[in-house]
Ligand binder design. Structure first.
Ligand code: ADP
Length: 226
């Protein structure tokens, strides 16, 4: 069963007087339990592809089915709901809210989805234990290390049990030791919990953890996907 099916995706940004083609016809699919890595030089379209597949932005042309739903057919409110419910994001710079504790950062997606506070807290606690930051729950983001922030961000991305985890250079702002730990965690979550991962990276060791590596250049895959 495919979590994600993308067909002929194109994305053009307007930049001043000119158009920038970020995606020039991308087709692929991600099955449940896959761990797919996008690799390629800076500017080849990796982030754009993640944003479009994760319902953070719209393609200019082409079709995306996310858990069976055609994103192009959704209005803005529905697209937001699908993104909140179906997708978890992990960013290079963590993007935790500085005024919330680690516990509240992790619980936030559940609260936004309408879950009761106690239930959201219980979910956050369980996932914090799984990712190894339960001892940091009452801290604020600036009081913990980069590796711990990224662990919290991974817990936040998974707390509402999304169909797809999207990660944009998740180890790009970590030293090699913490990067390796975060990578090991993503691999474990993929293997043990069946989390479906779509990740962009420059790092060969990160890509090596994936079950499939798709190389991009100039807004396309180097090898056409079946
Ligand atoms: P990557 O993640 O591989 O570095 P991006 O998806 O960020 O690549 O960018 C692909 C291309 O689209 C680049 O040429 C980039 O400059 C351009 N681009 C990305 N975002 C925007 C934007 N918001 N406005 C205009 N151009 C953009």
């Amino acid at each position: 069963m495919s979590v994600l099916v993308a067909e002929g995706l194109q994305k053009t940004y307007r930049s001043g007087e000119s158009n920038v083609t970020a995606l020039a016809g991308v087709s692929f699919s991600v099955d449940r339990g896959d761990f797919v890595a996008l690799m390629g030089p800076s500017g080849c379209g990796k982030s754009t592809l993640l944003h479009v597949c994760g319902a953070m932005d719209r393609a200019s042309a082409g079709r995306i089915l996310l858990n069976g739903q055609n994103l192009a057919a959704l209005g803005d409110d529905e697209l937001t709901r699908v993104r909140r419910e179906q997708v978890g994001f992990v960013f290079q710079f963590f993007n935790l809210l500085p005024t919330l504790t680690i516990a509240d950062n992790i619980a936030l997606p559940c609260l936004l989805a309408g879950m009761k506070g106690d239930d959201a807290d219980a979910r956050a606690q369980a996932l914090a234990e799984r990712v190894g930051i339960a001892h940091r729950l009452s801290h604020f983001p600036q009081q913990v290390s980069g590796g711990e922030m990224q662990r919290a961000a991974i817990a936040r991305a998974l707390v509402h049990q999304p169909a797809l985890l999207v990660a944009d250079e998740p180890t790009g702002n970590l030293d090699s030791e913490n990067g390796a730990k975060v990578l090991a965690l993503l691999s474990e979550l993929n293997r043990e919990m069946g989390v479906t991962v779509l990740l962009a990276t420059h790092a060969a060791d990160v890509a090596a953890a994936a079950s499939r590596v798709l190389r991009m250049r100039d807004g396309k895959f180097e090898v056409r996907q079946p």
